[in-house]
Structure formats: C-alpha cells, structure tokens
Design a protein around this ligand. Structure first.
Ligand SMILES: Cc1cc2nc3c(=O)[nH]c(=O)nc-3n(C[C@H](O)[C@H](O)[C@H](O)COP(=O)(O)OP(=O)(O)OC[C@H]3O[C@@H](n4cnc5c(N)ncnc54)[C@H](O)[C@@H]3O)c2cc1C
Length: 462
C-alpha cells in the first residue's frame, strides 16, 4: 500500500495517554508522530486535576506511608468487586510508582504527594498531583518534553480511520487515514504501529444512551473531542469491548454554579440529602458511585450537608471552594431548621435526618444505607449546605488489551500493530457503572498504559 507519509509509530490523540506513549516510544528510538483532532493538545487530561496514583513511590516512603503495588491492586479489586481485568490491574499497579517517578525525574513535572488525603477507593494516601492541581501542567510539561525529544506533533489533524492489509490471521494495521478538515484534502500515514489514545465516548450522546443510559442525559464535563470513534474502528476489526458501562461521574457539582464541591466535604463527615431532606445513598460509594443516585432524585438534585469545621478546612485548602463561597453557593446556619428553610427543604425532615445520621455515626445503630465511615461526624453547628447535581467526566470501558496495551479480540488474539491506551482501552474501573471508580483510575489507565504501549511498540520495531 502507498502512503502519503510514513513513520514508525502513529499516536492518535494528544492527551496524557498519547503524549506519554509518544514520548516513551521516542525515548526508545522510534520515529513518532502524534495526530490530534483539536487545534491544541490536552483533551480531558488538561481539564483534569492531574492526580495520579503511585503505589510505593519514594515520596510515600519519605512521608512514612507503607504502600506497594499489591495494595493498590487489592484496593481496585475491592472497589470493582473483582470485575476489572486482573492482568491489567496488576500491570498498571506495578507501573504506577515508576510512572510517577519518571514523570518527576525524566519529564520534570512538579508532582507532590497528597499525603493528607486517602481519596475514594484508596486505603492509603497515594495520589500525586501537580502543584495547583491543574491537569494542564501535565500536558504542558509532557508536550515540551515530547517536542524536545523530536516527536512530530500535529494538532488540527483528525484521524478518520485505520488502514489495514489482510494478514494470515485477519487484518493487520498498517497506518491511518487523516481527514484534515473542510479546507484540506485528506491524506494517509503509513506506520508500523498505531497507538489509539483518543479517549472514550463521553462526548457522544448516542453511544452513551446505548452503553450507559443511567448517565447519558447528565451534563458532560470532559473534552468534546472524545466522541468514541477509535473504539468503533477497533471493534470493526474484531476488538473485544469490555465493561462498556463503566464511567467516572461526579455527584457534587454545585448548582447552578457548575463548580466542583470537593468530595472531602462528604468524606470528612458530610452527607447527601434530597429535596425532601431525606438521605438516599451510602455516600462511601464515592463521588462517582453516588452520581446516578443524585440524578435519580427529584429534579436530579442533591444537597451536601457538612459542618463548620469542614467548611474552614475547604476554605483554607481549596480555591474552587473559595470561589463557590464568593458566588453564594455555600449556605450556612446555626441549626438544621434554619438551614433547611434557606435551602427550601422541609425543616422537620432535615432535623430528623440529621438526628438519625448522628446516631449511626456515633455507632448507636447501624446506618440504614450501609455507610460505615463517617469522618468527623456527628456534625457540630454551624451547619453548611451546597445544592448539587451530578455529571459525567469520562467513560471507562473500551477495547480489551493485553499487558502491553495490544488490542485483543474475543478469542484473545491480538490485532497486529494496534495498541489502545486511556479511555479507548478497557480501564480498571470494573463493570458496575460509576461505582467501581477509584480516584485517578483515569490517568492511571491513560499514562500507565501509555508507558507500556510506547515501550512495547518501540521494542517490536527493533
Ligand atoms: C474535570 C475532570 C477532572 C478529572 N480529574 C482527574 C484526576 O485528577 N485524575 C485522573 O486520573 N483522572 C481525572 N479525570 C479523568 C482523566 O482526565 C481522563 O481519564 C484522562 O485524561 C484520559 O486521558 P486520555 O489520554 O485517554 O484522553 P484525553 O486526555 O481526553 O486525550 C484524548 C485526545 O484524543 C483526541 N482525539 C479524539 N478523537 C480523535 C481523532 N479521531 N483523531 C485525533 N485525535 C482525536 C481528543 O481531541 C483528545 O485531545 C478527570 C476528568 C475530568 C473531566
């Protein structure tokens, strides 16, 4: 087959997974090109808070936190009730600490261990994030490193499909076609390996309705480029699709402000109630696991109630929270009845809910929703409340991959020369909608698989 241009490795998508895959393959000697649909790199990675799990990093050791890959793998299996692919969980858990240390040492990213917070699904503090908690910091540093290493980066070049030739056991991928937009002709790129790093289908309502109806109508907070076409190309070649109903949602998006209320408000002892002033969910399912329950409440609304101590903590630690206060998103009162009246809830119902909750938190009786961790609850006045709704951040199911990120068919055979990372690949968030998501599974699957796929692709070229 003739191509307009040729290279060793084509990476489709210039978010975190694509940048890491490209940089890793380039470090190992391959000629690499990134083709990105949008006019700038970044995708969801740039919109994220940039938290990455690393189990057993030297930063944890310095902070006196005992951790290791086995513990991270156990945490993921517990959260997903064993429904995440075991081989992928193991290889990503093993890769997590070297990944974080490589990002700091080789890429030069300013990552800090968030040593005072365990975060949803994790049994010890192990998330590392850029100062300022901005995913854009990851993208800027990775893009700079990729450019310096000689990766060809082409924004504004949407890939429109995979090119294949027949092989002994089915089609073999030999490149991609690129539709360069309204003003330009399409062209083809020949490649010895193609790495799909185009994320999932969060921006594609039709696919959401098909695979994840429970969150399909929720507001989407991710990148609009993530329309799921790469999953479709791989499926057309026989790729096995796994856990397509998995996603990361968020159950505490302040309404109508649209700002994120940190889940620390709940983890530190807060609770969720509905318009009637009643609880409706075990809040320890986490911000992702509670999302569908919030959407199912009257008006798709919830109300996070917490106390003044947590309010002071958030006001000190979280800039978003200070903004929310500034724009009037935080209601405050000395007692439950006054707070309820301010928020338009039934005062008697909220008083009763808080009294029952205090009993469960103090261990006087079992929690009717099964909550077992209550932070600093029972709550002490003054009380605070934020009205919230839930949204979708990104999808977590996708094509089956082996431990090197190679795309697999249902019979376990790999599709020659084709890799998938990040949201294109099945992640490690299991088969239970939003409930299997451990904080930072998204970047673990994107950057971790990016390292593994980039390394394997370069190795196979030599
Ligand atoms: C508000 C928010 C906060 C988050 N915080 C965290 C966090 O702290 N930690 C964490 O682990 N996860 C977090 N996530 C999830 C995380 O952002 C994603 O899981 C991760 O960024 C996925 O990386 P990726 O490389 O797979 O995709 P992306 O970073 O989305 O990159 C995919 C790129 O592919 C491009 N693309 C798509 N189709 C094509 C095509 N046909 N041709 C060429 N290019 C294409 C897109 O334009 C996009 O730029 C958050 C998400 C959101 C929305």
């Amino acid at each position: 087959m003739q191509f307009d241009v040729e290279t060793d490795v084509v990476v489709v998508g210039g978010g975190g997974g694509g940048l890491v895959a490209a940089l890793t393959a380039r470090e190992a000697g391959a000629e690499v090109a990134i083709l990105e649909k949008s006019e700038r790199l970044g995708g969801n990675t740039a919109l994220s808070s940039g938290s990455i799990p690393g189990a057993g990093t030297r930063f944890q050791v310095a902070a006196g936190i005992a951790d290791g890959w086995e513990r991270l793998a156990e945490d993921i299996h517990r959260r997903t009730r064993g429904t995440a692919p075991r081989d992928l969980v193991e290889v990503l858990a093993r890769e997590s600490a070297p990944l974080v240390e490589w990002l700091v040492d080789a890429v030069g990213l300013p990552l800090d261990l968030m040593a005072d917070l365990k975060k949803v699904g994790h049994s010890v503090p192990r998330l590392h994030a850029p100062v300022g908690r901005q995913g854009q910091t990851l993208v800027t540093g990775l893009e700079r490193a990729a450019q310096a290493a000689g990766v060809l980066i082409s924004p504004g070049n949407p890939v429109s499909g995979l090119l294949t030739v027949p092989g002994d056991d089915g089609p073999r991928v030999v490149g991609v076609s690129v539709g360069a937009g309204d003003d330009a002709e399409g062209y083809t790129v020949g490649a010895r390996c193609v790495i799909l790093a185009a994320n999932g289908f969060g921006a594609n309502r039709a696919l959401l309705r098909r695979y994840i109806p429970e969150i399909a109508e929720a507001p989407y907070f991710g990148h609009l480029g993530n329309a799921g076409e790469a999953i479709g190309w791989a499926a057309d070649l026989g790729a096995h699709l796994v856990n397509m109903g998995a996603y990361q949602g968020h159950a505490s998006i302040a309404q109508p402000h649209g700002a994120l209320l940190s889940w620390a408000a709940v983890e530190r002892g807060g609770l969720l109630v509905n318009r009637e002033g009643r609880r409706f969910v075990d809040e320890t399912l986490g911000y992702s696991g509670c999302a569908s329950a919030v959407l199912a409440q009257p008006g798709g609304q919830g109300f996070v109630v917490y106390d003044g101590e947590t309010h002071d903590y958030l006001a000190e630690k979280a800039e978003d929270y200070r903004d929310l206060m500034h724009f009037g998103g935080v209601m405050r009162a000395d007692d439950a009845a006054t707070l309820a009246v301010r928020a338009g809830l039934d005062p008697a119902a909220l008083e009763e809910t808080l009294a029952d909750y205090a009993e469960a938190a103090s261990g006087a009786r079992p929690d009717p929703f099964g909550r077992s961790a209550f932070g600093q609850a029972p709550l002490r006045p003054p009380l605070c409340l934020v009205r919230v709704t839930a949204g979708l951040f990104h999808t977590q199911g996708g094509v089956d991959v082996d431990a090197a990120g190679r795309v697999r068919c249902a019979n376990g055979a790999v599709i020659p020369n084709l890799y998938a990372v990040g949201g294109v690949a099945v992640g490690v968030s299991g088969a239970h909608g939003g409930a299997g998501y451990c904080s930072a599974n998204g970047l673990l699957a994107a950057l971790g698989l990016g390292r593994l796929a980039g390394r394997d692709a370069a190795r196979r070229l030599s």
